[in-house]
Ligand binder design. Structure first.
Ligand SMILES: [Zn+2]
Length: 60
């Protein structure tokens, strides 16, 4: 058991860089309805619900 924040690999939608724990990221998420509000691990929620994820470089 590690302390890895990202068990699920998140990849920048623009440059394909693998986003690691400690990286600053920008995610575009469609806010779901209250009933379907995602609850859980941040990485899982992001990989499942985010439309696009960018590394810091691509978000600037
Ligand atoms: Zn990028």
């Amino acid at each position: 058991m590690g302390l890895n924040f990202f068990n699920i690999e998140l990849i920048c939608s623009n440059c394909g860089k693998t986003l690691k724990s400690g990286d600053e990221i920008v995610a575009h998420i469609t806010l779901p309805s209250e009933k379907k509000m995602p609850v859980g691990r941040m990485d899982r929620v992001l990989s499942k619900h985010s439309d696009k994820v960018y590394c810091k470089k691509c978000s600037e």
